[in-house]
Structures are given as structure tokens and as C-alpha cells.
Design a protein around this ligand. Structure first.
Ligand SMILES: Cc1cc2nc3c(=O)[nH]c(=O)nc-3n(C[C@H](O)[C@H](O)[C@H](O)COP(=O)(O)OP(=O)(O)OC[C@H]3O[C@@H](n4cnc5c(N)ncnc54)[C@H](O)[C@@H]3O)c2cc1C
Length: 412
């Protein structure tokens, strides 16, 4: 067997999973982070939505999700609740339940899947662990989960996202950072049009070499970061935080943080909630009664739960200005590290049209040759949907090998 053939792999399926239906929330043209804050407002003093999509400044990240859960719990406590039902055991649900439990309230967590963690899921890839959803502790210096990881003495490994080892099939990719900066300079945050309307006329008018580099920046810095096409992207795509220079990943997986957060909580796994109703007397969640309900299920699957009397018009309007990006991941474990090594561990493959464009070399943290690749939006239709995991993993490994060969050709 060639050293380029993975010996073990795992493939994510967030986009056709009935309990996520995508990767993370994104602000649509015409929307803003104010919509995130709106959907997290309490309803009738009984019911509240929490979760990554409801964080005004740290959406689409685990620590943001956790903070929304903690804030919702504080609302219930301040409001005088004695019993709370939390729906969903991702970071938002665990943040809520942990806070309520520690304050002495009765709390149960109803979780649809047979595991906790939601969009954080650590799996075995052969003899090593890999995270198939969230992997990095982003905004590391001001990330509450990062501080908890440090307290617990969990192993952490820094990735340097600002110095990727890039390659394209047809020669050096060009100055992507400068191209992105030029695109950013064209966008005014108050502009309610889509980034397609704002950026594409400019890109089309560029000389061909600059157009190629600008397209690469769009493919990997905008589309892969958000998981939606440019037509669905607002100016906020340039503002809302993504991966950054200080981010660290957990070589043994997010699972240790999740296990710590869940300690001592009453979590009912395999319990998909179908109906939540509330009135002046309290809430009823599939027949169970409590004073309040904190619902943390992803906005992309909110329709699967019947809410009675339903969301107020302000919430519904705000939800309509958000969508959910599509991103999938593959983790490949090789027998040797046969590819070029980038000191920061960040690798980018500018294929046209885009395929597995972003690669993270986890080897130095994990202590075994492992890489994780990411794919987004239309590339998922081309390279992921309708294929078996084995087919996906081997095709991703072939794309990674193309990157490695091109990187060797073009990097001094
Ligand atoms: C591929 C990928 C990579 C990512 N990378 C990072 C990263 O590196 N760093 C980072 O900070 N973030 C990352 N994220 C985002 C991060 O995973 C999420 O923002 C965060 O985990 C969301 O937490 P949450 O609690 O809001 O939602 P979830 O984790 O989705 O939790 C919601 C829970 O509700 C449950 N649920 C759904 N429907 C029902 C129902 N009807 N009844 C009961 N339970 C239900 C779900 O099973 C789930 O457990 C990534 C996400 C993906 C998909």
C-alpha cells in the first residue's frame, strides 16, 4: 500500500444530519448580528432560544454557544424559576444546564442524539482521536472554554492560521491576503446587498492573474469560512470572527471538555423533542412540565419542533435573515508524514472549481500523521453527497496528494 493511502479515516455528515442540517449560522444579505440578539430574547417569560446562532459577537463557535446557554440560565434564575427543561446537549445546552444545576435548580436536558456535544464530536480515527465538528478553541485569549481546558490541564496545540502553505494546480496561488484585503475595501458594512452583487463586478473587471487570485480568496476565505455561496453572503462575512492566529486545538478532542461540562447533569439521550408549549403556568415539553424551557437546537432544525403558541413576529423575521452554512470535514490517518510540513500546520489547496480546500496538519499535536480537510457549499455537492465514506475519504486523500505535489513544485 502506498504511503499516500490513509490507514484510517472519518467523514462528517453535518449537512444531512436531522439534528444539525448544516454547520453554523450565517447572516444573510439584509441581516445583521442584531438579528442574532433578537432571536435570543425571552418569550412570554417562559421560553428562550439559545445556541451559537444567538450570540451577537461570537456566533458559530463553541465558546459563543456556551455563553448563550449561561446567559439563558441566568435569565431563568433571575426570573425566579425553580425547574428548567433544556433542549439539546451541545455547548449551549451544557452551559445552561451546568449553570442551573450549580445554582440549585431542577434541570433536565433532553438530547435527540445518543451522545452529548452536538456539533462538537470527537471520534476515533484508527488509534488517534479527531474532532469531526468543532476542533479549535477560537479567540483563544478571551475564550472561556479555553480557560477551562487550561484549568483541567488538557493538552492544547496552537495552529498558525496566518501563514498557510498554499498551492494551486497551475502555479503559485498569488498574494491571497492582499486580494482579500482589496475585496474587503470594496465592502461597506451598511450595504445590505449580497457580496455577489458587491464583489463580482469588480472581480470580473480584473486582469486575469488578479482575477484568479481574487477568486481563490473568495473560494477559501469567504465561501469555505461561511459555508454559503456569495449570493447568500452579507457584508458581515468580513466582520464576524473566523479562525485566527492564536487558535488552539485539543489533540485529545473536545470530548474532555464536554465530559467535564456534563458531570452530574441529568441528560436524557435519544430523546428528540417534538413539541414545546407554554402559558402563564409554565412550559410543557413533550408532556414534561417545568417553569421555563431553554431550547438550544440549531436554527436549521428549529422547524422540526412544534412551538405553541409560537415565536413572535420579531423572532420569525430575525430568523429569516439568518441561514446555515454547509461545511463537511474528513480526518485521514496515514502511516507516515509524507507531505511537505508547514510550521503553522495550515495548508490550502486552490483547486478550480474548489474541492477539499483547507487542510490542517494535526501531526505535531496528535503525535501521529493525521490531517483534517474541509469542504464547503457547492463543493459538497461535487465531492461528498451520494458517495460512501470510503469513496469520500480516498478522493479527499487524492486531493491532498495533489496539494502536496503542487506545494513541492512551487514552494522554495
Ligand atoms: C465542521 C465544523 C467545524 C467547526 N469548527 C469549529 C471550531 O474549530 N471552533 C469552534 O469554536 N466552533 C466550530 N464549529 C462550530 C461549533 O461546532 C458550533 O458553533 C457549536 O458547537 C454549536 O453549539 P450549540 O450548542 O449552539 O449547538 P449544537 O452543538 O448543534 O447543539 C444542539 C443540540 O441539540 C440537539 N437537538 C437537535 N434537535 C433536537 C430535538 N428535536 N430534541 C432534542 N435535541 C435536539 C442536537 O443533537 C445537539 O446536540 C464547527 C462546526 C462544524 C460543523
Amino acid at each position: 500500500m502506498s504511503e499516500r493511502t490513509p490507514v484510517a479515516w472519518s467523514v462528517s455528515h453535518w449537512c444531512d444530519d436531522p439534528y444539525s442540517n448544516g454547520a453554523w449560522s450565517v447572516v444573510l444579505p439584509g441581516g445583521s448580528p442584531a438579528d442574532r440578539i433578537q432571536i435570543g430574547q425571552p418569550i412570554d417569560d417562559r421560553f428562550i432560544l439559545a445556541g451559537e446562532a444567538t450570540h451577537g459577537t461570537q456566533a458559530a463557535m463553541t465558546h459563543g454557544a456556551w455563553e448563550t446557554g449561561v446567559a439563558a440560565a441566568k435569565w431563568a434564575i433571575t426570573d425566579g424559576a425553580r425547574s428548567v427543561i433544556v433542549v439539546g446537549a451541545g455547548f449551549a445546552g451544557l452551559g445552561a444546564a451546568r449553570t442551573l444545576h450549580d445554582a440549585g435548580l431542577d434541570v433536565i436536558v433532553l438530547e435527540a442524539r445518543e451522545r452529548i456535544g452536538g456539533r462538537a464530536n470527537t471520534v476515533d480515527v484508527g488509534d488517534v482521536r479527531a474532532d469531526m465538528g468543532a476542533a479549535w478553541l477560537q479567540q483563544f485569549p478571551r475564550n472561556g472554554l479555553a480557560r477551562r481546558a487550561e484549568q483541567l490541564g488538557l493538552q492544547l496545540h496552537r495552529t498558525t492560521f496566518d501563514t498557510p502553505l498554499t498551492a494551486a494546480p497551475d502555479g503559485p496561488a498569488g498574494d491571497i491576503a492582499a486580494a482579500l484585503e482589496r475585496l474587503r475595501s470594496l465592502v461597506d458594512i451598511s450595504d445590505r446587498r449580497s457580496l455577489a452583487s458587491i464583489l463580482l463586478p469588480h472581480v470580473d473587471a480584473l486582469p486575469s492573474a488578479d482575477r484568479r487570485t481574487a477568486q481563490f480568496a473568495i473560494d477559501l476565505d469567504l465561501i469555505l469560512e461561511s459555508g454559503v455561496r456569495l449570493e447568500q453572503m452579507s457584508a458581515w462575512a468580513f466582520i464576524e470572527p473566523g479562525v485566527g492566529a492564536d487558535d488552539h486545538f485539543l489533540p485529545n478532542g473536545y470530548v474532555d471538555l464536554l465530559t467535564d461540562a456534563a458531570q452530574g447533569l441529568d441528560i436524557r439521550l435519544g430523546t428528540a423533542v417534538k413539541r414545546i408549549s407554554w402559558n402563564a403556568d409554565g412550559v410543557t415539553v413533550d408532556g414534561q412540565r417545568a417553569d421555563r424551557c431553554i431550547c438550544t437546537i440549531p436554527i436549521a432544525v428549529l422547524d422540526s419542533v412544534k412551538l405553541q403558541p409560537g415565536l413572535p413576529a420579531e423572532h420569525t423575521a430575525a430568523l429569516a435573515r439568518l441561514t446555515t452554512g454547509r461545511v463537511e470535514k474528513v480526518a485521514l490517518r496515514f502511516s507516515t508524514r509524507w507531505w511537505p510540513v508547514a510550521p503553522g500546520g495550515y495548508l490550502r489547496w486552490y483547486d478550480t472549481p474548489p474541492a477539499w480546500g483547507e487542510w490542517l496538519d494535526l501531526t505535531d499535536g496528535v503525535g501521529a500523521p493525521v490531517v483534517a480537510g474541509l469542504i464547503a457549499d457547492a463543493a459538497i455537492d461535487r465531492h461528498h453527497l451520494g458517495r460512501t465514506d470510503d469513496e469520500i475519504a480516498h478522493a479527499a486523500a487524492a486531493a491532498f496528494a495533489q496539494w502536496a505535489d503542487a506545494a513541492r513544485r512551487t514552494t522554495p
